[in-house]
Design a protein around this ligand. Sequence first.
Ligand SMILES: Nc1ncnc2c1ncn2[C@@H]1O[C@H](COP(=O)(O)OP(=O)(O)OP(=O)(O)O)[C@@H](O)[C@H]1O
Length: 321
Amino acid sequence: MDDADGAFIDVRDLTKTFTVRRRSGLLRRTATRVHAVDGISFVLRRGEMTGFIGPNGAGKSTTVKMLTGILTPTSGRLRVAGVDPWRERTRLVRRIGVVFGQRTTLWWDLPLRDSYGLVRRMYRIPRARFEENLARCVELLELGDLLDVPVRQLSLGQRMRGDITAALLHDPDVLYLDEPTIGLDIVSKARVRQFLLTLNAERGTTVLLTTHDLSDIEQLCERVVVIDHGRLMYDGPLAGLHEVGRGERTLVVDLERELPPIEGIPGARTVRTEGPRQWLAFPASASAAPLVSRLAAEYPLVDLSIREPDIEDVIARMYAG
Ligand SMILES: Nc1ncnc2c1ncn2[C@@H]1O[C@H](COP(=O)(O)OP(=O)(O)OP(=O)(O)O)[C@@H](O)[C@H]1O
């Protein structure tokens, strides 16, 4: 059930504080408090696919653990599908799927097929629905040849596809993915991403994706939530994140030969040189045309291009600020 206002995941002023006791002398121990999540709020609607990003230690895992009912919040309000995850964990378990890129939820010594059988029993999935969901995942994730292979013999990419299938056999409404493409080669990454797009489009599964790979976000998510030091830094469309960094654009100039850094062009400053190539930053609000004609008049130009700030630059700048 969704909230009256259509919120499927509703997070308000959520905090989680850990008390860490450290030895501070021979016999003394001092307690310090870590504000892992420090008052974040966001609302996800059903069927949204959202990127959840932030640097190491930002509080992403802690947030996801609270969303899945593994950790209890220190304060704030939390609802997933109308349910308080901590209090009604057993009810919620049927509605959510979780995939951790770095750990497997499969049984190491069992072939995938047997692992899935155990998942079926754990969730009491009706046989027909189980078979249907399994067949679908096997086809889309190309697992057909792997079902009888013990999990320990699978490559990382194969295991990840196996894990995603296990998380979806009970038809969850929401899927939490923690670094689903970490360590995967390009082909496996593409397969996993395509699968997630199909899942979201066909089933309307709500997806919250934690990743350090920003191309995951660019290819999958229209919306991104950024946290740092437990605080919300940005929540909005991916395009808006580009806007945040749209203070400057860069002109990449190829000269006929290596020259000293270009100087004296009003409104532009040389930020980098590498052989005959130079990079000039200029305000995004300014037109590049006068700059280009001035450069062409004064320097032996071979080629040039304009670079928009990429998402990595923008985020690096947000964290730095
Ligand atoms: N059980 C715990 N006890 C004490 N401190 C904790 C505990 N779990 C997390 N923390 C601290 O809370 C902060 C947030 O950690 P969290 O794991 O949520 O970050 P993260 O954004 O998931 O980082 P990463 O990208 O490295 O996985 C960190 O400072 C971490 O050391």
